[in-house]
Design a protein around this ligand. Structure first.
Ligand SMILES: [Zn+2]
Length: 272
C-alpha cells in the first residue's frame, strides 16, 4: 500500500502535522521515504475530543547522515506539547490498558532500568524520572535503593496516579537547574519528541559527578513494527542513538544495549 505524503499532509493539516525534511539530530537530509502502514489498536485522540481513526498510516524517511528514521509528516512541536499535556495520550493508552495493567506488562523495563541505575551509581541517592507516566520506576528506586525520587510528567492524571498510588512527588515542570541528581531516567520518551537533542542535553546537565543517566527507546525491529505510530517521531538505530548523545554534548562514551524490545543508552558522568 502506498500513501502520498502531500495528500496525507493535506488530510492531516488540521491535526497539526508538518513535513520534516532535515534530520532533527544531525541536520542531514532525510531521504529514502518509505510508507509504513500502521494498524492502530485504538483510536488516537489528538485532543480530548478530536480522534484520528483507528487505522492510520504513518510515513518515515531515513536520515542520510546518522541513519535515524524520521516521521514526515510529523506532529508539530506545538501539537506534541498539547497532545501530551491534555488527557489525549493517556486516553489513547487507557483504551487498551489501565495504569495497573500497563505496569504489569511494561514493568520489566522499569525493573531493568532501576537495577542498572542502582548498580552503576549506588552512592548517588537522588533520582529524577522524565516522562515516567504513573511513577512505577520512581517507586522502585525508592523501594529498592532507598532513593529520593521525583517524577516529571506532563499529564495531570498520571501525576495524580503517581502521587496517590505510588506516593511519588510529581511535577509538570523540571526543577531548577542548580539541583543535580545521582540517577536520571527517561524510559521510551525520546522517540516521542521533536527536540530530543535539547531534552537529552538538559537531562545530562542535571547529573551529579558519578551519576548515571539511562534512556531507552524502542528497538527498530520488524517484529515490533507496531512501534511505528503517530506518537513516534523517531525510530533510532544504535548509530543514531550515539549521534544523539554526541549532539547532546555527552563527552563520555555511552553504553548501548539491546534489551527485549528496547535500545538502552546509559552514561555515567565522570568524576572530576
Ligand atoms: Zn541524522
Amino acid at each position: 500500500m502506498s500513501l502520498d505524503r502531500q495528500f496525507f499532509l493535506n488530510c492531516s493539516a488540521d491535526l497539526g502535522l508538518v513535513l520534516q525534511e532535515v534530520c532533527l539530530i544531525c541536520g542531514a537530509d532525510i531521504t529514502q521515504f518509505e510508507d509504513v502502514v500502521v494498524v492502530s489498536s485504538a483510536p488516537v485522540f489528538l485532543t480530548e475530543d478530536v480522534a484520528i481513526p483507528r487505522f492510520i498510516g504513518v510515513l518515515y524517511g531515513t536520515c542520510s547522515g546518522c541513519g535515524v528514521k524520521v516521521q514526515s509528516p510529523r506532529l508539530s512541536d506545538e501539537s506534541i506539547a498539547l497532545y501530551y499535556s491534555t488527557g489525549a495520550y493517556r486516553k489513547f493508552l487507557m483504551v487498551s490498558r489501565t495504569p495497573n495493567e500497563r505496569e504489569k506488562v511494561e514493568g520489566w523495563r522499569s525493573m531493568y532500568v532501576a537495577t542498572k541505575l542502582l548498580s552503576k551509581s549506588p552512592n548517588n541517592r537522588t533520582h529524577l524520572d522524565f516522562g515516567g507516566d504513573s511513577g512505577l520506576l520512581c517507586r522502585m528506586m525508592v523501594g529498592e535503593g532507598d532513593y529520593a525520587s521525583i517524577l516529571i510528567e506532563l499529564n495531570d492524571e498520571s501525576r495524580k496516579y503517581a502521587e496517590t498510588f505510588h506516593k511519588i512527588p510529581a511535577f509538570a515542570e523540571m526543577p531548577q537547574k542548580e539541583l543535580k541528581f545521582g540517577a536520571i531516567s527517561a524510559i521510551e520518551v525520546l522517540e516521542h519528541l521533536g527536540n530530543p537533542v535539547e531534552v537529552l542535553s538538559d537531562l545530562y546537565s542535571r547529573l551529579e559527578d558519578g551519576g548515571t543517566l539511562i534512556a531507552t527507546v524502542p528497538l527498530d525491529d520488524p517484529e515490533w513494527a507496531h512501534h511505528y505510530s503517530i506518537h513516534h517521531i523517531h525510530v533510532f538505530t544504535e548509530n543514531s542513538l550515539l549521534e544523539l548523545a554526541k549532539q547532546a554534548g555527552i563527552t563520555e562514551s555511552p553504553e548501548i544495549d539491546a534489551v527485549e524490545t528496547s535500545l538502552v543508552l546509559s552514561v555515567t558522568r565522570r568524576k572530576l
